[in-house]
Design a protein around this ligand. Structure first.
Ligand code: CA
Length: 255
């Protein structure tokens, strides 16, 4: 299947810098969004390093198969692309560790990362942190990732509603991220795709202010990925734009 894609990233209304990073590599089927944390310039550096490391590793392993040399044990359940992302996240975390070791100013930086490799009718997905991946199909969206965040834990325990979570003062507290420390547990899965599916990767600057139903409506309303991205970013900023916002939309076309 072929893809059409677009991405839009904006600092939002209240912040001067943009600590989100993303990459679109349709030649590799690779799409990544990362949301850096760490104050001053460190968050920006963390997300950029991780996106670049993931992109490089996925590019280097384009001809790999299950018998290739892998940085970690090969997991047969994930397929080759899932193992490429697993390796990429591990290498990216090592890159962060190296940067942090080399500069006291970078200590404490961390980043989320949500990545897809689209290959035919399957996509390998890897995710850590509170950025999100949604699959749009026939006008409805399904969230494919679980936020690794304090508020998500409360929602799953039945202690907060999704609305309350979006407004909670601790909504930015992330429980898992890439920080250059010990590898966090990465959520890995394989998605089945059908023609006309649309995928959205976004930072919490979108999902923390725009409800899922509204995200679905905007994806449905815009047939062009670029128009959808612009509309999603505008909606987050209209809602106050409290955070950096990134929207990356991939349309799956037949043949
Ligand atoms: Ca954010």
């Amino acid at each position: 299947m072929r893809v059409q894609w677009a991405a839009s990233s904006h600092p939002g209304i209240r912040r001067l810098t943009n600590e989100d990073s993303y990459c679109t590599r349709p030649d590799l089927g690779l799409f990544v969004v990362a949301d850096g944390m760490g104050g001053h310039v460190a968050g920006e550096i963390a997300s950029r390093i991780v996106v670049q490391a993931i992109e490089s590793y996925v590019a280097e392993t384009v001809d790999s198969d299950s018998t290739s040399t892998w940085p970690q044990a090969y997991d047969v359940n994930l397929g080759v692309d899932g193992n490429r992302l697993k390796g990429a996240f591990h290498i990216a975390n090592q890159r962060l560790a190296k940067e942090v070791a080399g500069s006291a100013d970078l200590r404490g930086m961390a980043t989320t990362a949500s990545a897809l490799i689209v290959n035919g009718s399957t996509a390998a997905l890897a995710h850590v942190g509170d950025s999100r991946i949604y699959r749009w199909r026939n006008g409805a969206i399904e969230r494919m990732t679980i936020d690794h965040s304090w508020v998500e834990d409360q929602v799953r325990a039945g202690l907060l509603s999704a609305n309350e979570a979006r407004q909670h003062p601790w909504r930015n507290v992330v429980t898992r991220a890439l920080s250059g420390g010990e590898d966090p547990e990465i959520d890995l899965q394989s998605l089945e795709l059908t023609p006309k599916d649309r995928l959205l990767l976004c930072s919490d600057g979108l999902s923390s202010v725009v409800p899922d139903a509204r995200i679905a409506a905007l994806l449905t309303a815009h047939a062009e990925p670029a128009a959808a991205c612009d509309a999603l970013v505008a909606e987050a900023n209209d809602a106050g734009g409290p955070d950096n916002v990134t929207a990356l939309v991939v349309h799956i076309d037949a043949a």
